[in-house]
Design a protein around this ligand. Structure first.
Ligand code: ATP
Ligand code: MG
Length: 414
């Protein structure tokens, strides 16, 4: 029996990988324009980092982390998300010396979830963090950048849902209100929500169990419980989103699956997806840097789910990468002459694959077709002597003799 990949861990195959690369390079280009620089952190961290940041009573930490002991008995975890590692590195390398750090990252994350379309155990995120800026305009700017990103790469049906989770000033009182409400509908809550009712009642608003969704329908709204500072922050975020021409829907039930969020939280969904329809999510986390031992640093960040974005683009957009040319040299002389010619063509940006098989010209042309050639270039002794090649347009079957340079211009013109 051949060995297969681990369940929920995917290969990204040629064709798809072109889409992935396009998504990544568009993100890098756009984010750089807003002053972001890349940071790369390891895929594994001390497990404690995630317990202390994401929160011990979150689904990620309770059920989804890949935690293991290394040979020394140290408890390590494959990162389930990118923010905590970036914060760890930010503190460790004293990046807070800069007045503001704008960082982006990309890479695989790991969560032990039930694999299904759009949900995997190894999945990729592109994320960005604005560190050291408490202005609501920073939230709105990052959200606007994200919406531009989706527009630029062609993700359709994008919707922005926002909420505010308050802060240390107003959240405790809201928690009490919610607890009291939950106590009244206790009988309908799932086991998990019951267990976390005292320590982390907000989780019940995020629970996917139908009983919990029903029971929390009339729960008090956090938006109504915000203190003056949080309410004004939220108002300014909404004002600046409106100034950017962005429609935002307020969803007071959206509490997100990580405990470190404060004030603004958001999720972006796409109608082009089925049930796993969130393509990006994030929010403000003003307390996390301090919590992890750094100086007081207000931050805002987000992460984009690469697989879901790639799924949409695969189904909707066209992905003609640069067209392939297959080059067939006939005979030893032409084979030798092709070496410097192809080298210079490739340096000039053409995408050319040389076809080396020993068969007849007819069978080699067939192979060129099966390789997906847009043009096939043939060079025999006769052409070579005249400094020419035969260029066959594989779409129209038209063939013409062109000088080396004219042939290059032709294949580059597509
Ligand atoms: P969901 O509600 O879909 O579980 P989440 O709240 O767990 O998402 P975040 O931790 O905020 O998601 O991650 C941000 C984005 O990463 C999500 O919006 C989604 O696009 C993507 N994502 C999260 N978990 C997975 C997964 N297991 N497989 C693929 N993509 C994922
Ligand atoms: Mg999740």
């Amino acid at each position: 029996m051949p060995i297969t990949a681990i369940r929920g861990f995917n290969d990204i195959l040629p064709g798809d990988s072109d889409i992935w690369r396009r998504i990544e390079s568009e993100a890098y280009r756009l984010f750089s324009g807003y002053g972001f620089s890349e940071i790369r952190t390891p895929v594994a961290e001390k497990a404690e980092l995630f317990l202390r940041s994401i929160g011990e009573t979150t689904d990620i930490v309770e059920k989804e982390m890949y935690t293991f002991e290394d040979r020394h008995g140290d408890s390590l975890a494959l990162r389930p998300e990118g923010t905590a590692p970036v914060v760890r590195a930010y503190i460790e390398h004293k990046l807070y010396i800069a007045p503001v750090s704008k960082l982006y990252y990309t890479g695989p994350m790991f969560r032990y979830e039930r694999p299904q379309k759009g949900r995997y155990r190894q999945f990729y995120q592109i994320g960005a963090e604005v560190m050291g800026d408490d202005s609501p305009r920073a939230d709105a700017e990052a959200l606007s950048m994200l919406m531009s990103f989706f527009a630029k790469i062609g993700v359709a049906g994008v919707e922005l849902h926002i909420n505010s989770l308050g802060d240390a000033n107003c959240r405790p009182a809201y928690k009490e209100k919610l607890k009291a409400y939950l106590a009244g509908v206790k009988g309908a809550l799932c086991e998990n929500c019951l267990r976390r009712m005292d320590t982390n009642p907000l989780r019940a608003l995020d629970c996917k169990a139908s009983g919990c969704i029903e029971a929390t329908k009339d729960a008090p709204s956090i938006v109504d419980s915000l203190c003056e500072g949080c309410a004004s922050h939220f108002g300014t975020v909404r004002k600046y989103l409106a100034l950017s021409g962005i429609d935002a829907r307020i969803n007071p039930r959206m509490v997100r699956g990580l405990d470190y969020y404060t004030k603004t939280t958001f999720e972006i969904t796409s109608t082009a997806l089925g049930s796993q329809n969130a393509v990006a999510a994030g929010g403000r986390y003003d307390g996390l840097v301090k919590e992890l031992g750094g100086p007081e640093t207000p931050c805002f960040g987000f992460a984009i789910g690469m697989e879901r974005v790639a799924l949409i683009l695969k189904e909707t957009a066209s992905h003609a990468g640069s067209p392939l040319t297959v080059f067939i040299a006939l005979g030893e002389k032409a084979e030798e002459a092709s070496i410097p010619i192809l080298r210079s063509w490739r340096e000039k940006g053409s995408k050319v694959m040389e076809e080396f098989s020993p068969g007849s010209l007819k069978s080699r042309m067939k192979r060129a077709d099966r390789l997906g050639a847009r043009y096939t270039v043939i060079m025999g002794d006769d052409e070579l002597a005249k400094g020419e090649v035969a260029v066959k347009d594989m779409l129209t079957s038209a063939q013409e003799r062109l000088s080396f340079d004219a042939a290059l211009m032709r294949i580059l013109s597509e």
